[in-house]
Write a protein that binds this ligand. Structure first.
Ligand SMILES: Cc1cc2nc3c(=O)[nH]c(=O)nc-3n(C[C@H](O)[C@H](O)[C@H](O)COP(=O)(O)OP(=O)(O)OC[C@H]3O[C@@H](n4cnc5c(N)ncnc54)[C@H](O)[C@@H]3O)c2cc1C
Length: 385
């Protein structure tokens, strides 16, 4: 029997695990982390590496460790002058990942690791039984669900058609298998992943790239206003009912936005004709002579050989089978929007904790981000000191 089991070994799961160990609440052998990847942060590293993201969007005080200035101090010892960017000291991806690896090593998280996908959760008297898809079983006193958004990538209708027409020439930026970048190339999406990928491909194949987005660039430094990180806005948020909270989260998250410096960089690349920006909607697609013909709402036609979708995840976070069954069996409280109603400690029912999107109605618009992981770790561990 483990003291704690964490489902999901991404940024959130690893932050909570590191806090549990660094606050001396448990030892590594009392903890199990279950995740389908062979090692911690695999999805994060893969996704950010593919788009060639040089710096994080979040500031240098957002990371996995327990002390706020841990990453900045690490940067002073191991980094270079260019490892922090701009007025918010945004860390380079390289430094951030190195710091993550150090925290993971210090807390021996790999010893607690089990590669598997949690598929069944059952309450058995005073503990939880967790079963993976392969049938491995684990028993734990406390369970944390830190499984992130979901594992379903979003494609527009015509994207599914493109995948059927020529599967090897199309991929989502977060697909495990990626199409080789044979020009001309279309990048679909207007958010930060699309922006980074457009820059990367424009450097590799100047003049061969078209970014297609339904809206012009939405420029915001952060995913949501920094006021949501503290009492300025969170005091009011905590007094709202669940419907108001959901509405507020929807209105205040700058979905599909990019920071100002990325906007400037894109402008510079466009001026050099390194890529073209097409603000339009694709309404149909054909495939002839090894090329896609994309037909836009305004009647334009675009011929490309490769399509990358940077269109995010399906929005149905709560539709994972293990969650639906758990909610039914344990009669867990959910808001009208389907998301968990949890207490201040992010406890959904006795000894069952959540983080990330699942903790959103308690932690607000920043819950899915790195700072959301730090806040979740603080709240979950607070009662166990
Ligand atoms: C390209 C990109 C850049 C970003 N940049 C920033 C940034 O600069 N700053 C910031 O704050 N945020 C950023 N974000 C948001 C970022 O995704 C989150 O901060 C963070 O990765 C979310 O961590 P997570 O652990 O909740 O989710 P994930 O990283 O998705 O990890 C969830 C883990 O759970 C696993 N899992 C899923 N289902 C199960 C299951 N049933 N059983 C077991 N394991 C399961 C998954 O395989 C995965 O390993 C960025 C996101 C992307 C995609």
């Amino acid at each position: 029997m483990f003291e704690w089991l964490i489902a999901g070994g991404g940024i959130h799961g690893c932050t909570i695990a590191a806090h549990l160990i660094k606050q001396n609440i448990i030892k590594p052998d009392q903890l199990k982390i279950i995740d389908p990847n062979p090692e911690p942060l695999a999805d994060w590293k893969e996704r950010t590496a593919f788009i060639d993201m040089p710096y994080l969007r979040s500031p240098g005080v957002h990371h996995l460790d327990i002390k706020p200035f841990s990453l900045k101090q690490y940067g002073k010892q191991a980094g270079t002058e260019t490892d922090f960017y701009g007025p918010y000291s945004r860390p380079s991806l390289h430094l951030f990942n190195e710091h993550c690896d150090r925290v993971i090593e210090e807390t021996a998280l790999c010893k607690s690791w089990h590669t598997g996908l949690m598929s069944i959760v059952v309450r058995e008297s005073d503990h939880w039984m967790v079963q993976t898809k392969k049938g491995d079983r684990f028993y734990t006193k406390n369970l944390v669900i830190a499984t992130g958004i979901n594992r379903r990538l979003f494609l527009p209708e015509w994207g599914h058609k493109a995948k059927k027409l020529a599967p090897s020439r199309v991929s989502h930026v977060f697909d495990n298998r990626k199409a080789a970048p044979e020009g001309p190339i279309a990048v679909v999406g207007g958010g930060i992943s699309a922006a980074h990928l457009t820059i990367k491909l424009s450097k590799q194949s100047p003049g061969q790239v078209t970014q297609i987005t339904r809206h012009g660039y939405r420029v915001h430094d952060f995913d949501s206003d920094p006021g949501w990180l503290g009492p300025k806005y969170m005091d009011g948020f905590s007094k709202m009912n669940a419907e108001e909270k959901r509405r507020t989260i929807q209105q205040t998250r700058h979905k599909g936005s990019i920071p100002a410096e990325l906007n400037q960089k894109l402008h510079h690349f466009r001026k050099k004709d390194a890529y073209r920006l097409l603000i339009d909607e694709i309404v149909d697609i054909e495939y002839k002579n090894n090329q896609f013909i994309l037909i836009t709402q305004s009647g334009k036609q675009l011929k490309v050989r490769t399509i990358y979708f940077a269109t995010g995840f399906a929005p149905d976070v709560m539709s994972a089978d293990f969650l639906a069954n758990l909610i039914k069996k344990e009669n867990l409280q959910c808001a009208h929007c389907g998301f968990p109603l949890v207490n201040h400690q992010l406890e959904w029912c006795d000894h069952l904790f959540v983080s990330g999107p699942l903790a959103e109605l308690e932690l607000g618009p920043s819950s899915r981000n790195v700072i959301g992981a730090m806040k979740a770790a603080d709240r979950i561990t607070a009662a166990f000191f």
